[in-house]
Write a protein that binds this ligand. Sequence first.
Ligand code: JHZ
Length: 410
Amino acid sequence: MPELPPCRSCGASELHLFLSLGDVPLADNLLRPEALQEPEPRFPLDVAFCPRCCLVQILEEVPPQQLFVDNYLYFSSFSDHLLDHSRRHAERLVEDRGLGPDSLVVELASNDGYLLRNFRNRGVRVLGVDPAPAQAQAANDAGIPTVAEFFGTDLAKRLRDEHGPADVVIANNVMAHVPELNDFVGGIAALVADDALVTVENPYVRDLIIHGEFDTIYHEHFSYYSCTSVDTLVRRHGLYLNDVEYFPDLHGGTLRWHIAAREDVTPRASGYLEDERAIGLTTPAYYDDFSRRVGGIRTELLDLLRGLRRDGARIAAYGAAAKGTTMLNYVGIDGDLVDFVVDRNTHKHGLLMPGVHLPVRPVEALLEEQPDFVLILAWNFANEIVRQQQAYVERGGRFILPVPHPRVIG
Ligand code: JHZ
């Protein structure tokens, strides 16, 4: 067995490998049909737990430039649920912290400005940071000033010199995407005013394990967080995890961590840390049967799809999501089982899903083709998707959910 790298957070050399998903193509690297002439890069996808600081992490480090700049097609504004969640968060911060034109809100990974526009509409000074060029351009075009660079300590110091300290820093679904974690969190510490609030959202590793959400593992996600691993990480940089909120319906179970330079730990935050110890999430044993359970999901889903296909069913999939790439490739769902994938994101239309090369079409294709079943790859938005697709359902269409157990719904 080759030696494992040191932990990305604490540097310990004791990582405990608990899952290997094989060689997988890059999750958001949707292909143009002409690219099929060229070899498609694949990278190992192995997941490990650090017994010292409890961070769950993948071992492979694909350069972030390749992941988030060269061909990144994820735009946050395609989910109504996410937009609502973001608006509520912004409005609460404006009220609770009395934000106004003299305040500065900085968002890291601000994408197309889906969140900052809520602050801007309330007259608050905002600044976005996002290295993905098309998304940063869309935000700038919409009047949300956005710096198209990777965030880290150097950039943080520059931004503080140019704009002053931040009163609020928001980092949603980005801490998973950062290979140089300490440089990133050190940057947050350098950017904030003494009494600033930092809110960080990320899917909760506990939900990933309990609900078998293995498809949220892909090369863009270097790390998978618990309260324990976040607490250890931020303390190293003079910051404190003071409070925790839980959103069970967002991305399969999301936590929002409230972090600040002053220690003021709520009973709710200490409760999370205690619970994580009590359920054993801070020990390698917690992760040990995950690999077997993931293998079970693969077998069940393949059996279900093959059975339907044998009976003559036509099957499509919904959501050319990054997690869809892991699901399709790990389970082995190609054109023999599923005919096409639909997605609302116009930037993905006409492209092919990585690895399995299923074509991505506009959502209207569901009504044009009326497949018998639709496998929901973006299962985190299942309610929103089923609601939208009532016409398809009324004509007899049915949906399949892959996790936590493959099953037909409706
Ligand atoms: P979605 C993304 O992962 C990307 P993905 C990223 N790596 C991350 O960290 C997580 O989110 C948190 C489409 N859609 O958001 C839009 C419809 O077509 O679950 C997307 O292409 N119709 C930053 O890519 C896809 O589905 C709809 O009604 O796995 C969903 O992708 C809705 C709601 C979505 O995550």
